[in-house]
Write a protein that binds this ligand. Sequence first.
Ligand SMILES: Cc1ncc(COP(=O)(O)OP(=O)(O)O)c(N)n1
Ligand SMILES: Cc1ncsc1CCOP(=O)(O)O
Ligand SMILES: [Mg+2]
Length: 213
Amino acid sequence: MAAPGKLRGLYAITDSALLADGKLLPYVEAALAGGARLLQYRDKSSDDARRLREAEALRTLCENYDATLIINDDAELAARLGVGLHLGQEDGSLAAARALLGRQAIIGGTCHAQLALAELAASEGASYAAFGRFFNSMTKPGAPAATLDLLSAAKARVQLPIVAIGGIDLHNAAPLIEHGASMIAVIHALFAADSPAEVEQRARAFSALFESN
Ligand SMILES: Cc1ncc(COP(=O)(O)OP(=O)(O)O)c(N)n1
Ligand SMILES: Cc1ncsc1CCOP(=O)(O)O
Ligand SMILES: [Mg+2]
């Protein structure tokens, strides 16, 4: 199982549009330098060769910063690289992914706004339960809405670290942590930036929220 300290802090997620034009590696490195603990490679394309190349490069970066790479949606790619995995409700079985990736792998599951999905994820061997979206999300506007009350209930009932996602920025993140999120997953408010320096500054600010909570 994952070391407990790994599953607390900023969870950075890549976006192919925001990180086009050579930005992927410098912007991700900046997020890691700023303290991101998990890095999810989220690329919806079917260009398998590029996906493998990029994921390998991200794995090296994560190793350099003692962070963990998580692959979105693609259990085979995660197995090939020996890294973690995030699965949504339509992305296949958590139990099968656990069998494929082994006990040590970090495997997360999307639970939208439903405690029952989190309890199921726990029983199937997930490492964390992800709830959200909590706010308006530019990246995934149609994701089901979750509330702070749900987070409190999940903290009390679900035996897994909780990830909050969806429209999270530096102004709205703190209450999520106060209500039980052990990680906050961020795309737009981290990577829609003009420079790697700006990404690093934002990542530091997100990470600092976990020191005071
Ligand atoms: C940490 C985290 N939480 C939720 C999601 C959403 O997963 P999913 O519902 O499968 O949607 P896509 O991201 O695949 O569009 C996630 N990726 N990461
Ligand atoms: C993948 C995903 N799942 C629920 S909301 C979301 C998008 C998160 O991105 P952003 O931080 O830009 O709202
Ligand atoms: Mg998915």
